[in-house]
Design a protein around this ligand. Structure first.
Ligand code: CP3
Length: 362
């Protein structure tokens, strides 16, 4: 890219970061205290979420009704004043919109009719996904209009690998064995599925950005299950393609990658994919976050244990201080290492935000 253009994009981001604390680390600043938001911050631990969820009937209906999706996105912002909100949706909206049957079974999680080969793939259509993607984009514009101007809005999608594990396996699993076997046995078919997901995700995130998302995040929840050759092929390469296509359209919009449980492979991912931020899961050592990961030059986000949101009290405060101490003078965003769970009392979240905002490193 021409140097002149790069300077213009950096200036555009810096101008936005003046009003939005969340964007400051992405514009090259270190903040004390750092910006904070929590994965799954709109969810069942909030009574007002449970009320709106009941009104919607099914979970997918909540995702596809802009007034309700907007309402649950704004709920945690009203309560806790996080620096960023995240669009309320799900990574499985993409297979659903493409035409695969997706259901959410109460108490069990998602269920899909598994793809077995090219005949199933032929039934999926990016053109057909357009109207559902536009419904989600309508949620994004409503949310942006309802947010305070200093609160950033994060759009998101699942990474091709993680979404593929649900499309092939038909449900969540602890080792993704069905999908890993499929990738070994039918690599050409699997590559076509991954390519379709890259293209669909580019279109989906492009619509979210045009509708008002300030940042986008790519959730790769099952990135940790692959050996390094397969990680390079199914995690790093498709993510790099997705990021390059997005940056060509929206050069100043930061992209955060979250290769969960990838451990030391996160460093290569941070360098190779072109993301501007990297999410760290609970098991990522603080020494690596503050050291090699921070030195890659991108923003580091994470990684308080979600169980500490249930425990609360001294254990939560002590670890929060450890994270803040370790990440001082780094371009850092405070978050959990994975989503907050339904058992977390909202009072502990309020306490966490207070502890972070009153942190004084001296
Ligand atoms: O972070 C947020 O607040 C935004 C909303 C969001 C949801 N899912 C809402 C949701 C986001 C970013 C996701 C991402 C997602 N969804 C991932 C990647 C991140 C991760 O958690 O690893 C994955 C793997 C999914 C797939 C998914 N969706 C599963 C496995 C489940 C069932 C498990 C569960 O927690 O119930 C869901 C359902 C889901 N997605 C819920 C919410 C609030 C709970 C459903 C309900 O309210 O009935």
């Amino acid at each position: 890219m021409k140097v002149q253009k790069m300077i213009e994009h950096a200036a555009q981001l810096a101008a936005k970061a003046r009003d939005m604390r969340f964007l400051k680390p992405f514009a090259g600043e270190t903040c004390a205290p750092p910006p904070v938001w929590l994965m799954r911050q709109a969810g069942r631990y909030l009574p007002e979420y449970r009320e709106t969820r009941a009104k919607a009937g099914s979970f997918l209906n909540l995702c596809y009704t802009p007034a309700l999706a907007c309402e649950v996105t704004l709920q945690p912002i009203r309560r806790f004043g996080f620096d960023a909100s995240i669009l309320f949706s799900d990574i499985l909206v993409v297979p659903d919109a493409l035409g695969q049957s997706v259901r959410f079974v109460e108490g069990e999680g998602p269920r899909l009719d598994p793809l077995t080969g090219d005949a199933d793939l032929a039934k999926l259509s990016i053109a057909g996904a357009r109207s559902k993607f536009e419904t989600v984009a309508e949620s994004v514009s409503r949310i942006r209009a309802g947010l305070p101007k200093e609160t950033a809005l994060i759009g998101f999608c699942g990474a091709p690998w993680t979404v593929a594990t649900y499309m092939i396996g038909g449900q969540g699993s602890s080792d993704q064995a069905d999908t890993r076997l499929m990738a070994y046995r039918k690599p050409a078919f699997f590559a076509r599925l991954i390519d379709l997901l890259v293209d669909a995700s580019v279109g989906y995130l492009d619509l979210q950005i045009k509708a008002g998302a300030d940042v986008v995040m790519i959730f790769d929840s099952w990135a940790g299950s692959l050996p390094d050759d397969e990680f390079a092929r199914w995690v790093t390469a498709p993510t790099k393609k997705l990021v390059a296509a997005l940056k060509a359209k929206h050069p100043h919009v930061p992209v955060i990658g979250f290769p969960r449980s990838a451990g030391i492979a996160s460093i290569g991912y941070a360098k190779a994919t072109g993301v501007q931020g990297i999410g760290c899961d609970t098991a990522m050592p603080l020494s690596l976050m503050a050291g090699d990961l921070a030195r890659t030059g991108i923003v580091v986000q994470g990684n308080l244990d979600p169980l500490l949101m249930i425990a609360g009290g001294d254990a939560m405060i002590r670890r929060t201080h450890e994270i803040l101490d370790a990440m001082q003078n780094r371009r850092f965003v405070f978050n959990l290492g994975h989503g907050i769970t339904p058992e977390a009392p909202p009072s502990h979240v309020a306490e966490l935000v207070k502890v972070i905002r009153s942190y004084d490193a001296t």
